[in-house]
Design a protein around this ligand. Structure first.
Ligand SMILES: *Cc1c(COP(=O)(O)O)cnc(C)c1O
Length: 369
């Protein structure tokens, strides 16, 4: 495996070719199967749809190639996060979670870990190293944190957490393996919602866990098989197709986000802006060190809730929606879900539209907001 990112991207769409026999379809067949033809000794063969599926195998091969680690596919990002929690934690363990990360991760811990005797603490991502990691079995980081886009130093957090004896999990959903590589920076486990940019077409939920530690991978696979939290073959097939164009889409989205963030910063209606690619962003120096790209998410704050709603709902090229990472630009006001952000804070997910057309539409909507 090369660590040249372009070589990794170039090889991705040729992984399947190496196994093709003459006359096989070039495109991945969708295998819908609960049963497999299985006379006699079952070992070494696909056995049952909860254990094996060739379409999962194909998407896991791609995700493993991208992560340079073993990847295990799940039906959603939350199923991947649950698999890590329930395969790694036991009663008496303590977990550290980001207070400003993806909300559902905290709710999951409160509703389903705490009653099992797994306690957790919350800490803001921007101050994640303050206070150390003594006593934690598992340290969960999310950087850039969704939605506020604060950062923590992944390599430094991993080093300190490992010294304290903790396992580090990084939720890399906002960046994908093309934008940030937490395993290379020392994390033990990556989790991600492939629902977002990796699938990219807003038509499937999916997730994965990746690790270079065989014991962790084996436990996560056992969790999937025994809990039954398995991805559907059709969703796996869609994500396989999405991954073929991820590099192209991600490149366009990140480049457009850089252009648009710089122009939003200069716009009088924008009261505050978070984008790690801007030289004045508090995370810029760290972003340059630990990320390959600055991502496609922009946090912009307009004067009021009404202005933010008018901007989102009045723009021809914004799809008002929760979630992000689709080919179409989308946005939402995160305070509507109770996130600790200003009422006029908008999370803008820059899509694949030609950037000058997109900017024109955003600027017009800002003027009207
Ligand atoms: C969306 C998201 C998830 C959850 O993914 P689902 O596929 O919706 O379950 C987890 N973490 C982050 C950072 C997310 O943005």
């Amino acid at each position: 495996m090369t660590d040249n990112p372009n070589a990794r991207a170039a090889q991705l769409t040729h992984l399947r070719r190496r196994k093709l026999k003459k006359g096989d379809p070039v495109a991945l067949p969708l295998t819908m199967a609960s049963m497999f033809n299985l006379p006699g000794t079952p070992a070494g063969f696909a056995q049952y749809g909860r254990f094996d599926n060739p379409t999962w195998d194909a998407v896991e091969e791609m995700l493993s190639h991208l992560e340079d680690a073993q990847a295990v596919a799940f039906p959603s990002g939350m199923a991947a996060i649950s698999a890590v929690f329930f395969s790694q934690l036991k009663t008496g363990d303590r977990v550290l979670l980001p207070s400003d990360g993806y909300y559902t991760t905290r709710v999951l811990a409160a509703r389903f870990l705490k009653p099992l005797g797994v306690t957790f603490d919350l800490r803001p991502t921007g101050a994640f190293l303050d206070g150390g990691f003594d006593g934690y079995r598992l340290v969960f980081i999310e950087t850039p944190a969704n939605p506020g886009l604060d950062f923590c130093d992944i390599a430094a957090a991993c080093k300190a957490a490992h010294t304290a004896g903790a396992t580090v999990v990084a939720d890399n959903t906002t960046m994908t393996p093309y934008g940030q590589r937490p395993l290379d920076l020392g994390a033990d486990i990556v989790v991600a919602a492939d629902t977002k940019a990796p699938n990219g077409h807003s038509d499937a939920l999916f997730g994965h866990v990746a690790s270079r530690d065989e014991k962790i991978v084996a436990a996560v696979k056992d969790w999937r098989k025994l809990s039954g939290a398995i991805p559907g073959p059709f969703e796996a097939w869609l994500v396989h197709r999405g991954l073929e164009t991820l590099e192209l889409r991600f490149d366009r989205m990140c480049s457009s986000a850089e252009t648009i963030a710089a122009r939003l910063l200069a716009h009088p209606k924008v009261k505050a802006l978070r984008f790690p690619g801007l030289a004045n962003d508090p995370s810029h120096n760290l972003a340059r060190v630990q990320m390959q790209r600055f991502g496609f998410l922009i946090g912009l704050t307009l004067e009021t809730e009404e202005a933010a709603e008018a901007f989102i709902n009045g723009c021809d090229l914004i799809q008002p929606a929760t979630s992000f990472g689709g080919v179409h630009t989308s946005a939402e006001r995160r305070a509507r879900w109770g996130d600790a952000v200003a009422p006029g804070f908008v999370r803008l997910s820059v899509g694949c539209e030609p950037v000058e057309e997109l900017w024109r539409a955003l600027e017009e909507a800002l003027e009207r907001s």
